[in-house]
Design a protein. Structure first.
Length: 393
């Protein structure tokens, strides 16, 4: 297979702005104003360094007991309840309307496995969870405008688009080691599609899958039964390595890759706008490794990739735990991220807890203080200059 380099528009990385140094006279009034201004800008500049910088916003309920959802290219959500599709009426409105029905869909009573919107925002990939028979695994690739398309025969648990035609899929069972495949959604025969294995020998059930901005691939062990990796082990494989596996031999999960973190059950996986890795699920065989969503600091992920060892999942400076529901000690969260609105969704069933990413957005009061400081500083400078001019007359 000819290997094509795939690129998706990268989310801008937030950087704190440079601090300005001011020179001036010894006038106490001006120096005081300058100090206040520098303090204000320092606060704004360092907010991008906070981790993770989320503020709890509110909760909403998915429509008609929908079980899975994803984010459209304009920031609206699309959710599925059985074969019925619901789309948010406006980005951030939390209000939905039914927009269509998926044709020829075969779902079990507990609904689809996943829905993933393509990078161009034109199609969705839907895993049917094995269908009513639990053995008829199909991945639907359907146009959002019409919900027409094909259902490809492909085992699956979770998935993520590589580009607008290739879909990376995790798959496995409780007997054989799990794998990652790459489904070619342009395959001429949907019942016999091109779907090579690129990672094999995951010693447990399937986990989530995600790509970072450098197109390194992340996947994990969703439930250990063979090992040696444990439940929640997340490993990264370089872009060059998994691309080579497309036309060659699969990568061995247990002996290859870089262990990034071992937390929860590695499902789902994803990255927010700052490059922090979010992880969902839960490992109920381990004390205190459930009932939260994990946010792994971007710098900690980078350190792990750089050979400094895996992230310590119990270190709050490296991994922050979000548990929006303090009334239940056994929540099982499946986080998702809206890059358009800067929102982290922490769903538990049909209830969705919303966190707003405020790490790079100065508050109104900060902007107000900054503007006031600038105005006062300008006024002070004019006063000093006018005074100096008067001394020279």
């Amino acid at each position: 297979m000819e290997l094509l380099k795939r690129r998706r528009a990268e989310t801008p990385k937030y950087k704190s702005g440079p601090r300005q140094r001011w020179s001036g006279q010894t006038a106490g009034f001006r120096l005081g104003l300058v100090a206040a201004a520098v303090h204000v800008f320092s606060v704004g500049a360092t907010r991008g360094q906070e981790f993770p910088g989320y503020q709890y916003s509110h909760t909403f309920t998915l429509p008609a007991n929908a079980t899975v959802f994803d984010v459209l290219s304009d920031g609206r959500l699309i959710a599925l309840f059985g074969d019925d599709a619901y789309v948010e009426v406006a980005a951030g409105s939390d209000a939905f309307s039914q927009t269509g029905t998926l044709p020829s869909a075969d779902f079990p009573s507990f609904g689809p496995a996943f829905i993933r919107v393509s990078p161009d925002g034109l199609r969705i990939a839907v895993g049917n969870n094995g269908g009513a028979s639990f053995s008829n695994y199909r991945v639907g690739v359907l146009e959002i405008a019409t919900f027409t398309g094909n259902w490809f025969a492909a085992a699956h648990y979770d998935a993520e688009w590589i580009d607008n035609t290739l879909l990376a899929v995790t798959a496995g069972d409780f007997v054989n080691p799990s794998v990652v495949t790459v489904l070619d959604t342009t395959s001429a025969d949907p019942l016999n599609p091109t779907n090579p294995i690129i990672i094999n020998n995951i010693g447990g059930a399937s986990g989530g899958i995600a790509f970072d901005s450098a197109w390194n691939l992340y996947t994990g062990n969703g439930f250990q039964f063979d090992g040696p990796s444990g439940t929640g082990a997340v490993k990264a494989f370089t872009h060059a390595a998994w691309q080579a596996a497309l036309g060659g031999s699969p990568l061995n999960f247990e002996t290859g890759g870089v262990l990034v973190v071992d937390v929860l059950s590695a499902s789902p996986l994803g990255f927010d706008g700052q490059g922090n890795l979010f992880v969902g699920g839960g490992d109920f065989s381990s004390i205190a490794d459930y009932d939260f969503t994990a946010l792994v600091r971007a710098s900690a992920v980078a350190d792990a990739l750089g050979g400094m060892g895996p992230v310590d999942g119990d270190d709050p400076d490296q991994v922050q735990r979000l548990d929006p529901d303090g009334t239940n000690d056994f929540n099982f969260y499946s986080p998702n991220y809206n890059s358009i609105l800067g929102r982290l969704y922490v769903p538990d069933g049909t209830t969705v807890h919303v966190y707003a990413d405020v790490s790079t957005i100065p508050t109104v009061s900060q902007w107000g203080l900054a503007s006031m400081a600038l105005l006062l500083m300008t006024a002070g400078t004019l006063m000093i200059r006018r005074s100096h001019a008067g001394d020279q007359r």
